[in-house]
Unconditional design. Structure first.
Length: 154
């Protein structure tokens, strides 16, 4: 029986040793896969870091472009407001001039022209380039100097 018991212990140790070796082989394969996955994961992490850096740079550029566009838009709005005020002033001035012309022409229509002796026609003056506002002003003065109006309607 001593011989059988020793052989039984030796046999069970050999079986356990074979199972341990098999389990170690399985663990070795898993460790190899984990190691290869680790390299892949490290590459993915480095790619992700690089993509994040590019995204941050793009966001910075977009912010800069947005700030520049905002500044240009604000400048254009200021210019537009200034032009609006200038245009409003010009329209108001033009309306006042039209009202004066209307009053002068209405006064000229209601007053009869006196029979004046035929005057010699004045020699034609050379054409001078005059700005539109100066022309309007000189036309108003000429209307005011007409006989019968005398500048009363203005």
């Amino acid at each position: 029986m001593g011989f059988n018991l020793g052989m039984l212990v030796e046999g069970s140790v050999a079986v356990l040793l074979a199972v341990t070796i098999g389990y170690c082989a399985i663990l070795n394969q898993r460790l190899k896969r984990l190691h290869s996955d680790r390299e892949t994961l490290a590459k993915m992490v480095s790619d992700l870091v690089q993509a994040t850096g590019l995204a941050n740079a793009a966001i910075t550029e977009l912010k800069t472009a947005a700030l520049e566009a905002d500044a240009k838009l604000n400048d254009r709005l200021v210019q537009a407001r200034e032009l609006e005020a200038e245009l409003h002033a010009q329209v108001s001035s033009g309306s006042q001039l039209i009202e004066k012309i209307a009053r002068i022409t209405a006064a000229a229509k209601t007053q009869p022209l006196p029979d004046a002796p035929a005057a010699k026609p004045e020699p034609a003056k050379p054409a001078v380039a005059v700005e539109p506002q100066s022309r309007l002003h000189s036309a108003l003065q000429q209307l005011a100097m007409r006989p019968g109006i005398g500048g009363k309607a203005a």
